[in-house]
Design a protein around this ligand. Structure first.
Ligand code: AMP
Ligand code: MG
Length: 333
């Protein structure tokens, strides 16, 4: 009797361990960034994610000849696949929501500053003024699976593509029955479910002034996307110029923020807003947040002050050298 019980128990344990999903990880270099994929389940899930990444890069890359966006920029018009149309529509909505602080037509300037090629330079005032005339997201015409641009205008979805990719991979994994996964697409993180032990994923928020982390967010079924000047910049004559431009001035955004982290269920929204709010600054970011309920923020000022919106109060904590710093909580009232 004892023996049978022992056998049954051993069998049950064996079955349970067989059923537990296995951790799979992969690192992919795409969209000019290192992407880390973690998922609990079959190896094929990673392959599916890699396929989504390859497909998206081949359609959206500004530099890749033959991509839909490259064709649009080269010829002034191009046929777009339904998925690219969807992203472009979503991105244009975010441009409007942020009053043009996010502007996907800022690309001629991004290119002139050398942020596409790595051949950095400070363009002259006249050059900037000339290029600014081409910047206007309202001029992007979209319809019947085709986009059109005015002469000289160019589109770049770099500020939103990784968040959209978060949504696409997480959506696919969810359909495939995944309960636990983590995407880190270079500053654009998505936590699918929690960890297999039931606890939340712990997502680090980079210290914009150093190499470590400023804090940690306990994340579950949310995107956590950060934009900061530290991600890509160059120095010249004692000044630092970073890759997020103010579409109104053509110069790197100088709003008094060093980084913006946006937490919410939709990666596309979080990615677009992280870039836009970095341009808009603390007060405008706070105002925009007060009018909505679909995201929360961690804002770090250039003076090193840390602000969070109240939805993060129970899930955000400081770490490293920031441990004893005061966190200011922004409330709705
Ligand atoms: P992110 O890392 O998501 O903040 O996106 C930054 C990238 O978006 C830059 O490298 C540029 O290619 C592009 N970009 C820079 N400034 C803007 C802007 N104001 N609106 C839209 N895209 C921008
Ligand atoms: Mg962004």
């Amino acid at each position: 009797m004892k023996r049978t019980l022992f056998l049954i128990l051993t069998l049950a344990l064996l079955l349970a361990s067989c059923a537990a999903p296995v951790k799979r990880t992969d690192t992919v270099f795409a969209m000019d960034t290192v992407m880390e994929l973690t998922v609990y389940g079959d190896e094929a899930l990673l392959e599916d994610a890699r396929d989504v990444i390859t497909d998206m890069e081949s359609r959206l890359s500004v530099t890749l000849e033959g991509s839909e966006i490259n064709a649009l920029n080269s010829h002034g018009s191009a046929a777009l696949s339904p998925d690219t149309v969807k992203l472009l529509e979503g991105a244009l909505e975010l441009c409007a929501l942020t009053g043009g602080a996010l502007d996907i037509t800022v690309y001629p300037l991004v290119r002139a500053w050398g942020f596409t090629t790595g051949e950095y330079r400070v363009p002259g005032e006249d050059e900037i003024a000339g290029l600014l005339e081409r910047v206007d997201y309202n001029a992007v015409a979209l319809g019947d699976g085709e986009a059109r641009l005015p002469e000289g205008a160019m589109v770049d979805l770099g500020a939103v593509a990784k968040g959209y990719l978060d949504d696409a991979i997480a959506g696919l994994w969810r359909e495939e029955g995944v309960k636990s996964g983590l995407l880190n697409l270079g500053g654009s993180v998505y936590a699918l479910g929690g960890k297999p032990d039931g606890s939340a994923w712990r997502v680090g928020v980079r210290d914009p002034f150093g190499s470590g982390y400023l804090g940690v967010i306990e994340a579950r079924d949310v995107a956590v996307v950060t934009s900061g000047g530290y991600e890509r910049y160059f120095e010249q004559d004692g000044r630092t110029y970073w890759h997020i431009l103010d579409p109104k001035t053509g110069f790197p955004a100088d709003s008094g923020l060093s980084s913006v982290t946006v937490v919410g269920q939709e990666g596309l929204l979080c990615d677009g807003l992280s870039t836009a709010l970095f341009v808009m600054g603390l007060d405008a970011a706070t105002e925009l947040w007060r009018g909505r309920t679909d995201f929360d923020l961690v804002l770090v000022t250039s003076g090193g002050e840390v602000y969070i919106t109240d939805g993060l109060e129970s899930v955000f904590s400081l770490s490293g050298s920031y441990k004893d710093k005061e966190v200011k909580v922004i409330r709705r009232g």
